[in-house]
Design a protein around this ligand. Structure first.
Ligand SMILES: O=P(O)(O)OC[C@H]1O[C@H](O[C@H]2O[C@H](CO)[C@@H](O)[C@H](O)[C@H]2O)[C@H](O)[C@@H](O)[C@@H]1O
Ligand SMILES: O=c1ccn([C@@H]2O[C@H](COP(=O)(O)OP(=O)(O)O)[C@@H](O)[C@H]2O)c(=O)[nH]1
Length: 465
């Protein structure tokens, strides 16, 4: 069997005890732990003079190969083109999308640099699996320096509708670069459809259906590849076990004690404008206004670790949420009850598992999200005898599979408040049924299935390199 070489911008913290707030790192680590191989990417450090060779750290059957970024690369590639151009555009936020030629050049430069550093580590039989929008040109760059491996790409964000993508000055170059892979994977059928439509109507390529669940053959820009949806998931059974243990840890007990019998609504998200946090806070406000019996009886815990804190839009959303939570707490708090507990810090998976377990409602309301693993984790952490209810945005990739959640439109503040009220008062039998349906989904499609489906597709894909 070929060795798997995974390439992503974010590599999970090498100290596994540390929390890694970000679904890609969580999911890729879970997938790679089983197969072994190399995980290549940015170390997370920004330094004046990056060393020329990657630093190699073997951990069991897995070797981490990481590179530091120079300040200029961090600004132009990561903060710039990846997170100020592609991220907002791929989340359908044209109004927040900034484009500069300088950042685009930085993006290409880092992709080329990373490809040149990975090439010497590759063995002839390796399969290369590249992740996410930071690294779209990676395969093209590897092929330019003569690498002939099978190469797959998985996009962890949504793929935008072609009408939005064409606003990007270099959209054609970007999609041409995607076509340098042998397999291109998306979370949902909706993302896949957007890609197919671009190929058909903008790139004038051909698209052939491979049959149910198998995706499409794409012929475009002189190459043949497979495009398909592979909904990412969680390591379901270990998380179920962790949550059962975490139900009685000291920390979980402290949270439970602090509630003194009140119901808890929980949200856990990187502090990102795609997560719909201001609208979520407004919906909780609306719940307290429209259903006053909840005042003094329901608390909302929002965990929001800061993310991409050098990008101006992320600074702005942080300020906005501070104002909003202060306003809502000022309006409703009592001497013995604070409606919103808003925390800008991250927690370990174990802590989160316990917090999810004691929460009556999991509130996951992004305006757009590739998948949203928190939605799946919340469900897996419930007590099947007395489960909480997931309230889930229709715009999270997870909604395609978790249709037994209460599905909401996060822009419709009042209807989210209604869904919260319904969740808080839902009869036990209905909660159990919805939970069992969703657990069925999470057991059928866990992280191993995601990895195996992708790797199998890559092994069998047309290979014209
Ligand atoms: O690496 P950062 O800039 O700190 O950001 C963290 C990650 O955020 C994004 O995660 C996405 O991947 C998840 C797993 O597939 C998915 O559930 C979620 O909907 C996405 O937002 C980003 O795509 C990753 O590259 C980042 O590492
Ligand atoms: O304090 C935190 C907050 C989040 N996470 C994890 O970070 C991931 C977030 O992934 P998701 O797909 O929900 O969103 P992303 O941040 O990747 O956009 C999930 O596995 C969370 O459990 C964590 O470990 N600690």
């Amino acid at each position: 069997m070929s060795r798997l070489v995974v390439v992503s911008n974010r590599v999970a913290p090498i100290d596994e005890g540390k929390q890694s707030a970000g679904g890609l790192a969580v999911a890729v680590l879970a997938a790679l732990k089983k197969t072994g191989g190399i995980w290549f990417g940015w170390s997370g450090d920004v330094v004046a003079a990056p060393p020329s060779a990657p630093s190699l750290t073997p951990v069991g059957r897995l070797t981490y190969a990481t590179l530091d970024l120079a300040k200029r690369d961090y600004e132009e590639y990561y903060n710039g083109y990846a997170n100020s151009t592609l991220w907002p555009l791929f989340h359908f936020r044209l109004g927040l999308t900034n484009f500069s030629r300088r950042n685009y050049a930085g993006y290409q430069r880092v992709n080329s640099l990373f490809a040149s550093k990975l090439a010497p580590l590759l063995e002839p039989d390796d399969m290369v699996w590249v992740h996410d929008y930071h690294l779209i040109p990676f395969a093209e760059q590897l092929r330019m320096i003569g690498m002939k491996h099978r190469m797959g790409f998985f996009l962890h964000t949504p793929f935008p509708a072609p009408e939005i993508l064409v606003a990007l000055p270099n959209h054609e170059d970007l999609v041409r670069a995607l076509c340098a892979y042998d397999v291109v994977g998306f979370h949902t059928l909706c993302d896949l459809r957007c890609f197919i439509n671009y190929i058909r109507f903008e790139a004038r390529g051909t698209v052939t259906d491979r049959g149910p669940g198998e995706g499409y053959y794409i012929k475009a820009f002189g190459r043949t590849l497979v495009a398909r949806s592979f909904p990412i998931s969680i390591d379901t059974e270990p998380l179920v076990a962790l949550a059962a243990q975490a139900a009685n840890t000291r920390q979980t007990e402290r949270l439970r004690d602090s509630l003194v019998g009140r119901d808890l609504i929980i949200g856990v998200d990187r502090l990102d404008y795609s997560k719909g946090l201001p609208q979520r806070f407004e919906s909780f406000h609306c719940l307290l206004e429209n259903y006053p019996a909840n005042r003094g009886h329901v608390s909302f815990l929002q965990i929001a670790p800061p993310s991409r804190s050098d990008v101006p839009e992320y600074i702005a959303i942080r300020k906005e949420l501070e104002t909003l939570s202060g306003h809502i707490n000022g309006r409703f708090a009592e001497f013995d009850w604070v409606p919103i507990r808003y925390l800008n810090k991250s927690f370990t998976r174990r802590s989160l598992a316990g917090f999810f377990r004691v929460s009556k409602v999991g509130l996951v309301t992004p305006l757009r999200d590739g998948m949203n693993l928190v939605a799946k984790e919340y469900v897996a952490c419930q007590d099947p005898e007395d489960p909480g209810v997931l309230v889930l945005s229709r715009f999270a990739g997870a909604a395609e599979e978790l249709d037994s959640a209460l599905i909401v439109n996060p822009y419709d503040i009042e209807s989210v408040a209604d869904a919260l009220q319904r969740a808080l008062t839902m009869p036990l039998e209905e909660r159990r049924q919805r939970h069992a349906d969703m657990m069925g989904v999470l057991r059928r499609n866990d992280i191993s299935v995601w990895r195996e489906n992708f790797v199998t597709a890559l092994t069998r894909a047309p290979y014209d390199s």
